[in-house]
Design a protein around this ligand. Sequence first.
Ligand SMILES: *Cc1c(COP(=O)(O)O)cnc(C)c1O
Length: 449
Amino acid sequence: MADKRNIPAVELVLQHLKNSSLPRPVLTQIVRRELENYRKLEKVPELSDILENLSGKAKEAQRRRFQPVINATGILLHTNLGRSPLSRSASQIVQEVAEGYCNLEFDLVSGQRGKRAGYVEELLAMLCEAEAATVVNNCAAALVLVLRHFTKEKPEVIISRGELVQIGGGFRIPEILEASGAKLKEVGTTNKTAVQDYARAITSATGLILKVHQSNFVMMGFVESASTSELAKIAREAKVPLVEDLGSGAICQTNVVKGLAQERTPQQCLGSGADLVCFSGDKLFGGPQAGIIAGKKSRVEEVSRNPLFRALRCDKLILSALQATAEAYLSNGACSSSNVLLWQMMQISVEELEQRARSIIEKVKNSKLQIQFATVISSMGGGTLPESEIPSAGLQISATQESLESIATKLRLRQPAIIGRIHEDKLLLDLRTVFPTQDAILIQALESI
Ligand SMILES: *Cc1c(COP(=O)(O)O)cnc(C)c1O
């Protein structure tokens, strides 16, 4: 056992850590735990080593706090980095609403209780060219709600085997279906499902027909799937709802951006006869995390009357951000993406990014790194548009004495953290996802590594 006299007092260590911004009880807990470990050692290290180790532990804990980071990966909807950034108008109203009270469920004209999110729902319906819309916490929640609701009495959901997909970590369509209490009725094969496959599967136990966007992969070659309008026809005849999970939620045409494929919009799906569509608020829509459900008025209304809806509804902060994002699409007359931050970032020209990259390189003085201009490829991420390749520009750092991993770690451990991407023996910093106001921080970081 270690000589206890060599273990410093908790107070002494806390004094040493007084510049940490972690709450004192959090620091105390870290210190107690570490000192406890030292007690078990044969030989207690020097005081200076103990203090240094504990400073390191405090810094590690500090980095686990939520904090802004600089995304230099070029992945616009990086799920691990919080998906879509919000437009200024959205973050402003979130802040105003957060710091005080708001008319969340209060009608300012009558002074009576009002409908929660009534105005936001109207905006969303307008954008989707739908009769009605509503919103829950995320697209997974929207899917669970819709499945639970329509399979209450008739348990079967008809879905193509080609659409039993896994979207991200821990989100598999068949598992969500089962967790919702629905009974899976798979039709067709992985690569081919015809409309007749669905038609043959319809029975008196069919609760709904579900079509799911494959999102993060594409199939090519000998493939066939039933179109929304074909499915809508048989769904109408059988009087079962047709629901389409779009996932990414592109309100505007994505192929206006160089390098992006065409994505079916909610408007197109509803126009082709789907009863309901659902999609994420924080993928291509460019808003906060939310699950938007749009379509036929009677269907939207019955879904939002389901008791489960109450457990999945959004709070005032999300609804505020969603309102600002929807208004941004409508602020240039018809539906336009030019005021939505995510879409602005998708459309920054390579020339502009190149100019910024060259200017950064020029300004970096006395760097030990080998930094060069690089043409790079940004991607959408977030499980959307898997083939997207948006031409972009940035910096490439080559290894000299130091390994790329070590340089990448140093960038990550700065405050704010800078997250790059290692590709073919280069550390790439793609400027498409870095805001111009962050260029100075990049310069400083590159100089001091
Ligand atoms: C991303 C995605 C989801 C999940 O959306 P969240 O908003 O993250 O819950 C569901 N379905 C599809 C097809 C998706 O692409």
